[in-house]
Structures are given as C-alpha cells and as structure tokens.
Design a protein around this ligand. Structure first.
Ligand code: TYD
Length: 147
C-alpha cells in the first residue's frame, strides 16, 4: 500500500473542477486520507519545484501556483503513486490520453490541473512538505475488503 501527494492546482480551483477530479480518484478506487486547502507561497514552491528553478517557465509556474489556494490530498491504494500518475495522464494535457484527468480537463502545460508525486521517495518528502505529519488519517472503509 502506498500513499501519494496530489495538489489540485489553481486552474482546478478556478474552474470549479475540484469535485470532478476528486470523483475520478475515488471512482478509481483510491482512498482519500487527507484533504486540505492551502495558499502556497514562494518559499514552498521554490522547495517543491527546485529541480525546475533554472527553467525559463519557472517564474510563470511560481506565479501561477501562488495565484490562489490549491487543494492538497493524501491518497492511498495499491501502487497508488504510479496509479495516480496514470490516471492524471501526461504532463502536457495536449498530449494526455482522453480518459485521463489532464487529457479530459486540460489544454495547456502551464495549467495542467494537478500535481502527483512521481516516486516513493518523492511522495514521502512531499507528504511531509504539505501535511507536516498532520491530518493524514488511516482508516478502514467498508469497501476495502471488496475492492
Ligand atoms: P514536471 O515535474 O516535469 O511534470 P509533472 O507535473 O507531470 O511531474 O513539471 C512540473 C510542472 O511544471 C508541470 O506539471 C507543469 C510545469 N511545466 C511547465 O509549465 N512548462 C513545461 O514546459 C514543463 C515541462 C513543466
């Protein structure tokens, strides 16, 4: 069982797509263990996207990611990290397959609906970064045994 970090980005909030993206995740069979709205600042974006700092699009990415609150989710399931990346689709929504979240809801790479951790190590660091070990709940669901 893995837990991964998802951010529903500002375009998702602005376009009233929060519930639609969460519905896709739940419909897939993933469990929501944590959910909170947060206003990100430059410091957390510098940390979260430090590997992109020298890219020409970084200033725009930072401005976008801090433009309004995001929704952070801790989501679990078997192989949840790769399952969530598959359900999300390619980074560029124009290349993402129909049926994926980015493929169905996005049109531009700089507003691509959601972030999802890309490895176990990253998930651990990112869950700590956004949830600080708080408000992530382990619980059973009636459907756990039947999925
Ligand atoms: P990246 O970590 O490569 O992709 P992913 O989010 O799928 O793990 O990039 C991080 C974010 O940076 C990406 O979600 C959107 C933004 N981005 C751009 O705005 N322009 C670009 O050309 C790229 C590659 C990424």
């Amino acid at each position: 069982m893995q837990t991964t970090l998802i951010l529903l980005k500002p375009d998702t909030v602005q376009r009233s797509l929060i519930w639609k993206v969460i519905a896709r995740l739940e419909r897939k069979g993933l469990k929501i263990n944590g959910l909170k709205m947060m206003q990100l600042d430059d410091a957390i974006i510098n940390e979260h996207y430090d590997f992109l700092m020298d890219k020409p699009f970084f200033p725009m990415l930072k401005e976008y990611m801090t433009s309004c609150p995001v929704v952070a989710l801790a989501v679990s399931g078997e192989n949840a990290i790769s399952v969530v990346r598959t359900v999300a689709g390619a980074t560029n929504p124009q290349e993402a397959q129909p049926g994926t979240i980015r493929g169905d809801f996005g049109m531009t790479i700089d507003a691509n609906i959601m972030h999802a951790s890309d490895s176990e190590d990253t998930a651990k660091v990112e869950l700590q970064r956004f949830f600080k070990g708080q408000d992530v709940f382990e619980y059973s669901k009636i459907s756990d045994d039947t999925l």
